[in-house]
Ligand binder design. Structure first.
Ligand code: FES
Ligand SMILES: [Fe+2]
Length: 456
């Protein structure tokens, strides 16, 4: 398994789980991150022409398309993409546009093809699950020749990894595996392809998409936006590790959990309360560690290791830190993977179709069901989930839908931040070194904006 090999300086030995080897710090610019990057329509258009049309993006989950003819659609910006499983079992991605006179072929978010073909609602043209135009009305009436077999759907590169369906609008793009290196081989050990999406929320928010990715690229806000976290994790930058993978835009943060950091001044009862559900699930008595929070974390790891198999978990590909700590990955340009022993919080921000002052933000929870268990209390989501139940898709304005208590705290801040970023009084950022993943993120956006527009 790829995750069990080391990277960087540990390359001489084999270890279990994700290597903690520190990535070399890449050079970063000192360019101010100005407000217009968030509200300007010209800047958003540049992002579309140079970035969104050139990056690998996620359309959905592979288990949404189990059978030939099953399809999903995904909208990013003004563009809609169809992904469909063919009779040959391959998943292909196409622009959702009929090649007669441009009508969108599919309006449903997911479905299954009747008769194995897409049929356009406007004049009835029919396309196969491999995108071939098979039938048109009055085929003899085209002076330029019968369009069948010629005016096929426009296919774009697609691939799968970790149970996600990916696509790229750049016909000349690098492969998905090259794009995701070196993140993918670290995450492979979580076996996300075996996880089930049990929560699916889409928030239409009044902020630019970068407010989200900036936010998940720093932990400086934790004591203020999530004050409860200081009792149960070592959020201080001195206790965390930040890795920026040069030339990729991807980054990670390793933050100790299972107890507070050494700077914690609060009451131990807060820590016990905050971790109470974890203690109960793992039948763990924290009392012996009341005066030694570092030992508490290690003892909790040992307990999970000891009882993991009996609870139906296979922790064999995780190191001990992965059982308590926060392994948080930001994948360029718009995804975060926040890994837990029993699943993954998956977060994505995408540009709104028409307005840079709005964003389409997704929160999915991918649950790893213990072996043989179909109904399960998700300790991470504080919610009962079922392996047989396809998660309902909740969509709404940020005042209408919830992403769970933790993420809702982040959601609440982005509106006021975006309003401030639009002010004439905002002079650009002034960031501490620990927020350098944000600088790196914007430097990588600028790297794309400096390229020619993506060819069609
Ligand atoms: S636009 Fe699709 S058949 Fe006319
Ligand atoms: Fe947060």
């Amino acid at each position: 398994m790829a995750d069990a090999t080391t990277t960087g300086s540990e390359s001489s030995e084999t270890i279990v789980g994700i290597s903690r080897a520190k990535a070399p710090e890449p050079p970063l610019s000192d360019k101010p991150i100005t407000g217009d990057r968030y509200y300007s329509t010209e800047f958003a258009q540049k992002e579309w022409d140079h970035l969104w049309t050139r990056v690998w993006q996620v359309a959905g989950r592979v288990d949404q398309l189990p059978e030939p003819g099953d399809y999903i659609t995904y909208q990013v910006g003004h563009e809609s993409i169809i992904c469909v499983r063919g009779e040959d079992q391959r998943i292909r991605a196409f622009y959702n546009v009929c090649q007669h006179r441009g009508n969108q072929l599919v309006t449903a978010e997911m479905g299954s093809l009747a008769g194995g073909e897409f049929q356009c609602a406007y004049h009835g043209w029919r396309f196969s699950d491999t995108g071939v135009l098979n039938w048109v009305y009055c085929e003899e009436d085209f002076p330029q020749g019968n369009p069948c077999g010629k005016r096929n759907l426009v296919e774009i590169p697609s691939d799968t990894w970790a149970g996600f369906v990916w696509f790229n609008m750049d016909q000349g793009c690098e492969s998905l595996s090259d794009w995701l290196a070196p993140i993918a081989n670290q995450l492979d050990g979580y076996r996300m392809e075996n996880m089930k999406r049990t929560h699916w929320v889409t928030v239409i928010g009044d902020w630019n998409w970068k407010c989200v990715q900036d936010n998940f690229n720093e932990s400086y806000h934790l004591p203020f936006v999530h004050p409860e976290t200081v009792a149960s994790m070592n959020e201080h930058y001195e206790g965390c590790q930040f890795d920026l993978y040069d030339g990729t835009g991807h980054a990670r943060m390793l933050m100790p959990g299972g107890g507070p950091g050494p700077n914690y001044q609060g009451n131990v009862e807060r820590t016990f309360k905050s971790l109470g559900q974890d203690f109960a699930f793992w039948d763990f008595d924290p009392e012996p560690y009341r005066d030694d929070m570092a030992a508490l974390r290690l003892a909790l790891q040992a307990r999970k290791r000891e009882l993991g198999a009996s609870k139906g978990y296979d922790f064999s590909s995780y190191n001990d830190d992965q059982l308590t700590d926060h392994y948080h990955y930001t994948v360029f340009p718009n995804i975060s993977f926040s890994m837990k022993p029993d699943g993954c919080i998956w977060l994505r921000s995408a540009p709104h179709p028409t307005d840079p002052n709005k964003c389409v933000f997704d929160m999915w929870y991918l649950t790893m069901f213990p072996e043989g268990v179909s109904e399960y209390y998700s300790n991470s989501m504080r919610d009962w989930v079922s392996v047989d139940h396809q998660a309902e898709h909740q969509t709404g304005h940020h005042s209408e839908v919830s992403c769970g208590p933790g993420i809702d705290q982040d959601v609440a801040i982005w509106t006021t931040q975006h309003a401030g970023l639009r002010s004439r009084g905002y002079r650009g950022d002034y960031m501490p070194y620990q927020e350098r993943r944000i600088r790196y993120f914007h430097d990588n956006i600028d790297r794309f904006l400096a390229m020619p527009p993506t060819p069609r």
